[in-house]
Design a binder for this molecule. Structure first.
Ligand code: SF4
Ligand code: SF4
Length: 391
């Protein structure tokens, strides 16, 4: 998402430097640049952008003090990212977070004056098909909702100017005096799918078909809304039920929410404390009981610290090495390479040749090494991989 926003900002006239973790990404962003194909909610291609050649690096060394720094890392990495960015943050530098969930502004405010902190949420998503090539989805007319911790004329001017850059780049953006409602609408949806899908190991669309899962979502939302009410955040029930939830259902589809993907990849630090864990924390602060959100948060923390001991890999015979059959449907595969990256056993490789659609599709390199962990099948955005166990 950071790369995507950076490209839209640059297209809108800003002078952007992207700081990324991987050197090969920085190189691809510099040349040939970032290319984005964005789809509207109805699945129609909304716009194509680029390639836009961007200045990109793996750290801020050599850069001057910046007018603004936008943070797009996962919540657990905010503190480290801020430390890394401090050399380019001056007294006047505006700090913007459009990260998921609640709690990042608190971390930023430990170091940055509140008057310089801007926050909000995104109504868009993206997948990196390969370095520099992004596929995005734009939901509704306002894709970036921006607000500020301090509501003043200076903040309004900067917020509006920032949104103008995004709009000139081609996406909808709006500075809002009360952005909290938008942040909470998004949060309410994320609370019901992100961690819960990771726990039950289902895609959003699959989990949502289950009545028990749906009822749990209702409990999660009711608790969170009680917290929001105590905090004075206005939630319009008609808007929530008539627009936010139906739109989320429509878009939840056949992908794993980001936290479910983190849990699949056995990330020790998910965003749980910025989602259900944030409701647990704010519930304690406001005196609102949040037993369901607290339980979700506790379960995720337990999973995070026990990946190696979970029964799933043993149950599939990871140690004894039974045969698994791996099928990759080359009609669906778009050659993103995620399966190659996330297979720890080097079972999959990308074809050196391109197919008729122009993709280097995934191929089975050595099926005998497969331990049936299902990482590849879970991470594949095209649902192109199936794994079965041989009798
Ligand atoms: S199931 Fe696991 S080991 Fe087998 S190919 Fe997929 S990622 Fe690799
Ligand atoms: S099989 Fe799926 S994850 Fe692997 S390269 Fe193809 S589209 Fe990407």
């Amino acid at each position: 998402m950071g790369s995507m926003l950076g490209a839209y900002l640059q297209a809108g006239g800003a002078d952007v430097t992207l700081i990324v973790r991987r050197k090969e990404l920085a190189e691809a962003y510099s040349s040939p640049g970032i290319q984005i194909k964005s789809y509207a909610e109805d699945g129609q291609a909304a716009m194509e952008l680029g390639p836009i050649s961007m200045r990109a690096a793996t750290d801020v060394s050599g850069l001057d003090t910046q007018d603004a720094v936008l943070f797009m890392v996962k919540g657990p990495d905010t503190k480290d990212a801020l430390q890394g960015a401090m050399p380019v943050i001056g007294e006047q530098t505006k700090i913007i977070t459009l990260q998921n969930g609640i709690g990042n502004t608190d971390i930023l405010a430990e170091t940055i004056p509140e008057g310089n902190i801007y926050y909000g949420c995104l109504n868009m998503s993206s997948i990196m098909e390969k370095p520099g090539v992004l596929s995005g989805a734009l939901f509704g007319d306002v894709n970036v909702c921006l607000g500020s911790l301090v509501k003043g004329e200076e903040q309004k001017q900067f917020g509006e100017a920032f949104c103008e850059l995004l709009k000139s780049g081609g996406i909808g953006a709006e500075y809002m005096e009360n952005v909290d409602s938008e942040v909470w609408y998004k949060m309410l949806v994320n609370l019901t799918v992100n961690a819960p899908c990771g726990i039950v190991r289902l895609r959003g669309g699959e989990a949502g078909e289950n009545k028990e899962f749906f009822n749990m979502g209702v409990d999660i939302i009711q608790e969170a809304m009680a917290v929001a009410a105590k905090l004075g955040v206005p939630i319009d029930m008609n808007h929530l039920m008539g627009h936010v939830i139906p739109s989320a259902k429509k878009n939840s589809g056949l992908h794993y929410p980001s936290m479910a993907q983190d849990m699949m990849m056995k990330k020790a630090r998910t965003e749980i404390d910025f989602l259900n864990g944030a409701i647990e924390r704010l519930g304690k602060k406001t005196g609102v009981p949040t037993p369901v959100n607290t339980t979700i948060a506790r379960l995720v923390r337990t999973i995070e610290s026990n990946y190696d001991r979970q029964f799933f890999p043993k149950g599939t015979g990871a140690k004894s090495g039974p045969a698994f059959r791996l099928k990759i449907n080359d009609k669906f595969c778009k050659g993103c390479g995620y399966c190659v990256k996330y297979c720890a056993k080097n079972v999959i490789r990308l074809d050196e040749n391109i197919n008729v659609k122009g993709y280097h599709v995934a191929l089975v390199a050595d099926e005998s090494k497969c331990v049936g962990c299902l990482n590849c099948a879970h991470i594949c955005p095209e649902a192109a991989i199936t794994i079965s166990k041989e009798d």
